[in-house]
Design a protein around this ligand. Structure first.
Ligand SMILES: *[C@@H]1O[C@H](CO)[C@@H](O)[C@H](O)[C@H]1NC(C)=O
Ligand SMILES: *[C@@H]1O[C@H](CO)[C@@H](O)[C@H](O)[C@H]1NC(C)=O
Ligand SMILES: *[C@@H]1O[C@H](CO)[C@@H](O)[C@H](O)[C@H]1NC(C)=O
Ligand SMILES: *[C@@H]1O[C@H](CO)[C@@H](O)[C@H](O)[C@H]1NC(C)=O
Length: 458
């Protein structure tokens, strides 16, 4: 670690201790602060809010990644009692965002507004085109999630008629349309870790040769799988360690939408079995993300190569935008801002970069940060979000920069600081170089498209 970084960290620790807490906008929590954790901190006066910003730190850029809200199953599971035709919401059919999901995303948008825009503290209270850039994977459910989240942020009474929306009788009250960008789904290596990539297919075949895989899918797992096959009459190939997540997912969703029916339809899916199946899913997620002890196969380091493909393009996209902004804000020795060319200003003044995506995207970023097992070992829930906030320390001519990461576990959770879980960070605020080093290490050599075409002889 550089001496300057150590000094900065020491300073931050000192600042944490010295600053008398006067609430900033950023301390405001979401409405649903019913969790045990927040009750505890309200009771104890000693406990300082974990997401306060020390004096002198200027927030300059934020990246937010969220998983979409509640949806229909993406396909039928073995023994499914619900057909595609029965999923009628969100346009109908497999994998669509439900009204519950829309409401979840709307509320997430409101929480993000409270955190970043209330009283124009960081973002403007009304939509400004040069402040935000919203990207979604090209799935109906993530696109609609982005729309709902943005409605939660900007479709409110502060919006102005004839500026933010038209003055016509049937326009929905206060509705402000906000642009959402996307990329063809097969080519979207930023938002979709499972976008088409032959090399990743090879790597996942190598994962099956590891002791980690053999253990996770061993006798204990096989007993659960055999139980499910017995109960459904399915042949061996239909229920395996690799596809059992399908059962976990559909059972979870049907429990939400058909609560009165699931115990009649699937009497074999007891609480005990549900827990065992979800345990298999958790083990499968670690393997899929390259979190593997027996990691060298065919001379390939799976723990390096898999995150490079699944999370490398993502973390590099996040860093490219953050660095662009910081470059523009840099001051010279006379205190003048002289960072970037006029032509770069649009994206480089970007305050809020949102990515509307999937559980797999949350997992990919958590893995890249080295925080998957500690923060969310199981499948990320609906609206699970990761916030990466970037700050310039204004006291040293803007030469020191730090970031912090927060996790939003589900719709009932607050934003929780998880920076100390990031590999190489030991405080709530961490030198930006740590994240840059991660991005550099996981930058796909020759670009992701080229890398994906390089097959591994198996
Ligand atoms: C925002 O502004 C309103 C009205 O001016 C004020 O009542 C409220 O306390 C402010 N909230 C914060 C968090 O500063
Ligand atoms: C999304 O909507 C289109 C029609 O607009 C439909 O063909 C497609 O199956 C839907 N699902 C996904 C996942 O995009
Ligand atoms: C599955 O069924 C077979 C045949 O009835 C039985 O021998 C076996 O114990 C069952 N396995 C489980 C895990 O229930
Ligand atoms: C679910 O159960 C309820 C109550 O028994 C019943 O009225 C309803 O028809 C069932 N739904 C389906 C789709 O079978």
């Amino acid at each position: 670690m550089h001496l300057s970084s150590i000094l900065l960290l020491l300073f931050l620790v000192a600042a944490e201790a010295a600053v008398i807490r006067h609430p900033t906008h950023i301390e405001k929590k979401g409405k649903s602060s019913e969790s045990e954790e927040s009750k505890e901190s309200e009771e104890s006066e000693e406990v300082l809010p974990t997401d306060d910003i020390p004096d002198g730190l200027d927030m300059v850029h934020v990246n937010v990644i969220w998983r979409h809200g509640d949806r229909s199953p993406t396909s039928a599971m073995v023994g499914d009692q619900v057909t595609e035709a029965s999923w009628t919401f969100g346009g109908g059919g497999w994998g669509e965002l439900s009204p519950i999901g829309m409401a979840q995303q709307f509320r997430l948008g409101k929480k993000l507004f409270d955190r970043y825009a209330l009283n124009n503290t960081y973002l403007s209270e009304t939509y400004r085109s040069n402040e935000i850039y919203v990207y979604s994977t090209d799935f109906n459910r993530t696109l609609v999630s982005a729309m709902a989240s943005l409605a939660g942020m900007y479709s409110r009474s502060t919006a102005k008629v004839d500026r933010d929306y038209p003055d016509i009788p049937d326009w929905p009250t206060n509705f402000v349309p906000v642009p959402i960008h996307t990329e063809l789904s097969g080519k979207d290596h930023i938002g979709d870790p499972s976008a088409k990539c032959p090399r990743q297919d090879d790597l996942l075949r190598l994962v099956m040769r590891t002791n980690d895989y053999k253990e996770a899918s061993g006798p204990e797992a096989q007993e659960v799988l055999e139980y499910l096959r017995n109960a459904t009459g399915a042949p061996a190939s239909k229920i395996t360690f690799d596809n059992v997540y399908k059962i976990a997912d559909n059972m979870m969703i049907e429990g939400i939408w058909f609560p009165e029916n699931v115990s009649t339809w699937y009497p074999y899916y007891t609480e005990e079995i549900r827990e065992k199946v979800e345990d298999l899913v958790t083990k499968g997620l670690a393997l899929q993300n390259g979190i593997i002890v027996d990691k060298i196969q065919n001379g390939v380091d799976l723990s390096q190569e898999i995150p490079t493909i699944r999370g490398g393009p993502l973390v590099n996209d996040i860093m490219a935008k953050a660095r662009g902004v910081i470059q523009c804000r840099r001051r010279d020795s006379n205190g003048q801002v002289n960072g970037c060319k006029d032509s770069d200003k649009f994206y480089r003044n970007l305050k809020y970069h949102a990515i509307s995506a999937h559980d797999s995207t949350i997992d990919a970023y958590l893995t890249v940060l080295g925080a998957k097992l500690n923060v969310s070992p199981g499948n990320p829930k609906y609206t699970a979000s990761l916030l990466t906030e970037f700050f310039i320390d204004t006291r040293n001519g803007g030469t020191e920069q730090v970031f912090r990461v927060l996790y939003h576990e589900d719709e009932n959770a607050d934003f929780r600081v998880i920076t100390p879980e990031v590999e190489g960070c030991d405080d709530d605020f961490c030198p930006i170089q740590v994240l840059q080093n991660i991005a550099n290490k996981l930058k796909p050599p020759g670009g992701i498209e080229q890398l994906c075409l390089q097959r591994i002889p198996l």
